[in-house]
Ligand binder design. Structure first.
Ligand code: HEC
Length: 178
């Protein structure tokens, strides 16, 4: 066995010498190959994951700017919740029906179809949120029941509702069909 081992070692040195490399050089090469493959392996899982996360975040930002990302069920609850507004204790649904009939304000059914056409440059969701935070910036045009006076809808909802609340309300209102 010993002799075979010695012969093998000799054979190896001979081969290495033939290749023009010392055993030390081979060891160095091996080490750097191992190190670089370890580095590749370490980099592999993180690189695609962080790229995917960035793409996801970009898509989310785009969606938030354009389409409502709200929770419809939560929006419905908020629409039927009483808030202590600047005009007193009011529920959205005290003034807005979910049908087409007018109460104090317009009925909300069909809002999805008209909201995006109300104010130039505003998407349906943006218009709805703007209508809640600053109702007097745009007054809904007169309908069969006559004109809507400005200042009727409470103007302090931005103090009472979070951004998420606004998104949820918009998502809910956009589902109401006539
Ligand atoms: C005291 C009554 C009142 C309350 C409470 C009220 N609104 Fe209004 N709202 C109005 C009136 C009146 C208008 C129409 C006049 C205007 O444009 O300001 C209106 C307009 C709107 C519009 C625009 C509708 C369209 O056809 O363009 C939206 C959206 C809206 N309200 C959402 C809400 C939401 C959501 C709430 C609850 C967070 C709410 N309102 C609470 C009276 C009210």
């Amino acid at each position: 066995v010993k002799r075979v081992g010695v012969f093998f070692a000799f054979f190896l040195v001979a081969v290495l010498a033939a290749c023009g490399r010392s055993a030390e050089e081979v060891a160095l090469v091996n080490e750097s190959v191992l190190t670089s493959s370890a580095a590749t392996r370490a980099a592999m899982p993180t690189a695609p994951t962080s790229e995917a996360a960035t793409a996801e975040a970009t898509a989310e930002t785009a969606a938030a700017a354009d389409a409502p990302t709200g929770d419809v069920a939560r929006g419905e609850t908020l629409f039927n919740t009483s808030f202590n507004t600047s005009a007193g204790q009011w529920i959205c649904s005290n003034c807005h029906s979910t049908g087409t009939n007018r109460l104090i304000g317009p009925g909300m059914a069909g809002l999805a179809a008209r909201a995006g056409t109300r104010v130039e440059g505003e998407t349906a969701a943006q218009y709805i949120i703007h209508s809640i935070t600053n109702p007097n910036d745009y007054i809904v045009p007169a309908d069969a029941g006559g004109p809507y006076p400005s200042g009727l809808m409470p103007a302090n909802y931005s103090d009472l509702l979070s951004e998420q609340d606004m998104n949820d309300l918009a998502a809910y209102l956009l589902t109401l069909q006539p």
